[in-house]
Structures are given as C-alpha cells and as structure tokens.
Design a protein around this ligand. Structure first.
Ligand code: NAD
Length: 421
C-alpha cells in the first residue's frame, strides 16, 4: 500500500474514473487541487520567542459550491496531506449530497529547529495567537461563499470561536457562516456533537433494510470509545442491539450478554478508560475486530482492517466511522466474503452534514431544534445511502467504489453544467 496520502488519493480517482470512462483532461482536473495557498506567519510564544509556522489551505474542486473541510493542527502536517484531504472532502461532500466542493487546511507544528511541537502542550493564549494569525494569512481565500473551514485533528469549537472572531474583525461585520463547528453561543448547531454517530446509525439502518434485517437482536462490537464510537454504541444499544464489546486506547471489554452502554459511558467519564468495567472480560483491540458479531464499528484509527485479519472478520456489516480504517487489499477480501463495508466517506458524513446545517442556519439567521436537525440528517443520510447503493449495483462494485463513482459523477456533471469543461 502506498504511504503517501496524495498518491493514494490520485490512485482512487484514477480507478473510479476508469469505471466512468472519463476523458483524460477531466481525470487530470480531479487529481489535483484547484488552488493551494502556502503561508508562513510569525507567532510570539509565551516565553518571548517567535516561531514561524507554515500552513496550507487547499481548495480541491468548487464545481458544486464553496469548498469545505477542516483545519488540522499537527507536527506531521504536510502540503501533500492537506491536498489529499481536500480531495477526499470533495468526494465526501458530494456523496452526502451537499452543495459544497472540498477543502482542507493545516498548520505544521514545528519549532524553529524543526522539532515537533505538540499543540496540546501549548497554552490557550498561544493557540489563540496561532489561530488568529493563520486566519489573517488565509482570509483572502475563505468566506461563507468561498471556503468554509471546520475543526479537524487537534482543533475544536473553541478554536473555531477565535477564528470566526478574527475573520469578522478583518471584514468589519459578523460572519458566522465562515466557520462551522462553533460553540452554540456563537452560531453552532444543535446536534453537532452526536452528528457523526447519528449519521452512521441512519446509514446502517438503510443497509439493514436492503437485506430485510432490523436492529433488535443483532450483536455489535465498537473499536474506539470517543466522540464517534461511544455515541454509536449508545444509539445501537438504544435500538436493541446487543453491544458485546467496546474498546479505547487502553484496551477492550467484552460481555457476551451485552454491555450496558450508558453505564460504560459513565465509567469511562470517571476513570478515563472502559477497561476495568465491572462484569466484563478484558480483550485486546485486535481480538475485538474478529469477534462473532453482526456489526463491527471501527471508530478509532486508520489501517485497522488489513490483509492480516480481513479473512477472520465475522461481521456482516462494517460501519466505518473512523477515516481509512480498512486497507484496499482488505476491502477486496471483505467484498469476496460478502461483508458489506459502509465506507468512511458515506458512514461518517453525518458530521459534515450537520456542519452544512450550521452554515444554512448562520446564513438564514434562523436556528433549529435538535429534533429538527436529527430529522433532516436522517433524510440526507437516506438519500446518500441510496445513491451509493445504486451506483455499487450499477457498476457491480463494493460500496466504497460505489461512493467514489457516484460522487465523481456528480462533480463532473456540475463541471459540465457550469461549462468548466
Ligand atoms: P476521539 O478522540 O473522541 O476518540 C477516539 C477514540 O479512539 C478514543 O476512545 C481513543 O481512546 C480510541 N483509540 C485511540 N487509539 C486506539 C487504539 N489503538 N485502539 C482502540 N481505540 C483507540 O475521536 P473521534 O472524534 O471519536 O474520532 C474517531 C475517528 O472518527 C477518527 O478517525 C476521526 O477522523 C473519525 N471521524 C470523526 C468525526 C467526528 O465528528 N467526531 C467525523 C468524521 C470522522
């Protein structure tokens, strides 16, 4: 498997383009971002030193509308990574049926001598200065009708608050629709915290319908018990699924009779881990993946399901809440064995869908209840699933390729209708 994410992205575009028999100039357009801005900006740190940070904002394709995607703070961020992530956002947004193109941003957290800086170890004031300086540097190319950033790895609602404030100051008016994932008090949306898990739940519900199955009585295992995984476990538990195993970075727990998920959530909140939960056996993260369950939910890290364990997976459905948990080689084995993989760009698109709702609410100035958000999310996810499922059937491919084909087709149609190509 290729390690460079941008090469991996380009290969995915090429293989989906082959299925669609796209002309070479269209493939070339889809393989590269439309615009990448590289910025360098100085920031005074608490100890009086000045560090010059490098960051990027990549806008991959804006045929469907303004570009949208998160901003990542990490010491390993590279231009190629940001470019690849912006491309994946084009296809995720198109899969979810959102009127957006794909964008992504990132700051490389490195000291002047090149050594890594952990953003989590900086003070609030340092993070605020870095965030405001980055917005100053990219302000010309972002905005509610241009490019709308959001949180990603090591960025959060608080940082979005600093960013939207800085942008609004630069413009001279309040511009909440420039960033999503904001705190509720300044235009964030109800339901954003649970959106990824809830969206995944709706996708799974549609998948079960295709084989006339219901949640009641099924069994599930969930890897990762953070924002996405813990709420997914809760929604499955509430729907009558026996969640027999969950895990976090410290290890996993198993109970064949089913875990009481609200109690596990409380235990994790108090102890910081699920390990040690009373009445459950300890299991490893790798054992969890191959348990005899109907539903497997990877909600932690990438590259968890590989050639090494794909043959041993017994689940009938894999709901990819994490980004990139399954390698392409494993995908082929799972498809051959009749496992339905609900791919990340579909399964975890509930998050960006509620971000879209946040933007709509900011632009109209009318705010929805949590029930309203969930209802609209359910409608969006149903349609997204249908498009991907039908494309997979039409081309005789797995759901991941189905998602790429249907989203690329949508982007190409928009480019043609705008006369871009
Ligand atoms: P999080 O930080 O809240 O939770 C991650 C969880 O994974 C934690 O419980 C952590 O202990 C666990 N974990 C870490 N290493 C592990 C390991 N080796 N084995 C098992 N568990 C491990 O993060 P999150 O927001 O829940 O995101 C999880 C995944 O979902 C990521 O891949 C993220 O990119 C993806 N995702 C999240 C959202 C969202 O809105 N939260 C949206 C789209 C995609």
């Amino acid at each position: 498997m290729t390690k460079n994410p941008f090469e991996a992205f380009q290969k995915q575009v090429e293989s989906a383009s082959e299925l669609l028999h796209l002309e070479p100039h269209i493939v070339e357009l889809l393989k590269w971002p439309k615009r990448v801005l590289e910025v360098r900006f100085p920031v005074k740190m608490d100890d009086g030193r000045t560090i010059i940070f490098t960051g990027w904002r990549s806008q991959h394709n804006d045929a469907l509308g303004p570009t949208k995607g998160g901003i990542r703070y990490h010491w390993d961020v590279t231009k190629e990574e940001v470019m690849a992530l912006s491309g994946w956002m084009t296809f995720k947004n198109a899969t979810a049926g959102l009127p957006y193109g794909g964008g992504k941003g990132g700051i490389r957290f490195r000291d002047m001598d090149g050594s890594p800086i952990n953003p989590k170890e900086l003070s609030d004031a340092e993070i605020e200065r870095i965030s405001r300086a980055f917005v100053d540097a990219i302000a010309q190319i972002i905005g509610p009708e241009k490019d709308i950033p959001a949180p990603d790895v090591y960025t959060n609602p608080k940082i979005m608050g600093y960013m939207v404030d800085e942008y609004s100051k630069l413009r001279g008016y309040w511009a909440p629709g420039t960033f999503t994932g904001k705190p509720l008090s300044i235009g964030g949306s109800e339901g954003r915290g649970t959106a990824t898990a809830r969206g995944g739940f709706f996708i799974l519900k549609e998948a079960l319908k295709t084989v006339a199955m219901k949640f009641e009585g099924l069994t599930a295992a969930v890897q990762g018990f953070g924002n996405a995984g813990s709420y997914e476990a809760l929604f499955l538990y509430e729907a009558g699924v026996k969640v027999v195993a969950v895990s976090d970075s410290k290890g996993g727990i198993y109970n064949g009779d089913g875990l009481n998920i609200p109690e596990v959530m409380q235990f994790k909140a108090e102890r910081g881990t699920v390990v040690g939960f009373p009445g459950a056996e300890k299991i490893s993260n790798s054992e969890l993946l191959t348990l005899e369950v109907d539903i497997l939910v990877p909600a932690a890290l990438e590259n968890q399901i590989t050639v090494d364990n794909a043959e041993d997976i017994k689940a009938k459905f894999i709901l990819e809440l994490a980004n990139g948990p399954t390698t392409p080689e494993a995908d082929e084995i799972l498809y051959k064995n009749g496992v339905m993989v609900l791919p990340d760009i579909l399964a975890n698109s509930g998050g960006v869908t509620v971000s879209y709702f946040e933007w709509v609410q900011n632009i109209t100035g009318y705010y929805w209840s949590e029930e309203e958000v969930d209802k609209r999310l359910s409608e969006k996810m149903k349609v997204a699933f249908k498009h991907v499922f039908e494309a997979a059937k039409e081309f005789g491919v797995d759901m991941r390729k189905g998602a790429y084909v249907s989203s690329i087709r949508r982007v190409v149609e928009a480019m043609k209708d705008r006369g871009m190509i």
